[in-house]
Ligand binder design. Structure first.
Ligand code: CP
Length: 304
């Protein structure tokens, strides 16, 4: 692997190797477990053109725990405000001597553009490009399922909510299907594009109908910031039809595992009692995200 631009087309062997490596990185740099020097002398830059808490902070921490130097770029306060283009910005940062670029951008394909334009030794990692992919989120979701339920193959995973705007949904679909899970996408008709079926998923529009079948429910955030208005009548109606609450937990499959990529809209996709309850792995996902990002940085930069 040279870059990590998406999980689409990534063979099962590569996915499993990254997940195994991530398990090995769990806890590195915490308590008595020392930091590592896999990336000693390397420079990793976070090039984030969209807001982020989990992805940005955990990539920075992951790189530092592996001994790298980390640069942080965000457009506010930068020369982007003077009209500098995305590519010019990246080429100028490249000229400072970096080894890996972690990029988040609102345009699908922005990481692919960097991979094409930057020097061949530079590794590019997609940290979310528009509604296209968010591969490390997909990996951390899959790792969380594997650690909690012991396997991926044969599980039924429901991705619920705003499928249309979700790069997390696409990365989950590619990774989970490659590893043998059955994936159901579920949401209002306006938030589930018909062409999603081409990715080999089952499509549903009733959460209550799929509840008893799902081993895992990944509750995707309604991305108000990407929507034009009127995609569903009201937040109240969305919550009634697709929100995970105590009543739905009673009707879900025994041992159901709840994921949410975060940030969550408390009381919309999931009620606070359920989000903070024993079936929720929301904070485990964040912990596992750090290990996944260490595994990805280590794998890509080792080969540089
Ligand atoms: N899940 C996720 O990508 O969160 P951030 O937007 O905070 O990075």
């Amino acid at each position: 692997m040279k870059h990590l631009l998406g999980l689409e087309g990534l063979p099962a062997a590569d996915l499993s190797r990254l997940l195994d490596a991530a398990e090995g990185f769990t806890g590195v740099g915490v308590g008595d477990v020392p930091k590592r020097d896999d990336l000693k002398g390397k420079v990793v830059v976070n090039l984030f053109y969209e807001p982020s808490t989990r992805t940005r902070v955990s990539f920075g921490l992951a790189a530092r725990r592996l001994g790298a130097d980390v640069l942080d770029f965000s457009p506010s306060g930068s020369s982007t405000s003077k009209g500098e283009t995305f590519i010019d910005t990246a080429k100028n940062i490249e000229a400072m001597g970096v080894d890996a670029v972690v990029v988040r951008h609102s345009s699908p394909g922005a990481p692919h553009v960097l991979a094409k334009h930057l020097l061949p030794h530079i590794r590019v990692i997609n940290a979310g490009d528009g509604a296209h992919e968010h591969p490390t989120q997909g990996l951390l979701d899959i790792l969380t399922i594997r650690k909690r339920l012991g396997r991926i193959a044969g599980l039924t995973v429901g991705l619920v909510g705003d499928i249309a705007h979700s790069r997390v949904a696409r990365s989950n679909i590619h990774g989970l299907k490659t590893l043998g899970a059955h994936v159901i996408v579920c949401g209002p008709t306006t938030l589930v594009p018909p062409e999603i079926k081409e990715l080999g998923v089952e499509v549903a529009h009733s959460l209550d109908a799929i509840l008893p079948r799902c081993d895992v429910l990944n509750l995707l955030r309604i991305q108000f910031e990407r929507q034009r208005s009127g995609l569903f009548p009201s937040i109240r109606e969305y919550r009634l039809l697709f929100g995970m609450d105590g009543d739905r937990m009673q009707r879900a499959k025994d041992g159901v595992l709840l994921l949410a990529p975060g940030p969550i809209n408390r009381g919309v996709e999931i009620t606070p009692d359920v989000a903070d309850g024993p079936s929720s792995a929301i904070l485990d996902q964040v912990t596992n995200g750090l290990a996944v990002r260490m595994a990805v940085l280590s794998e890509l930069c080792k080969a540089a």
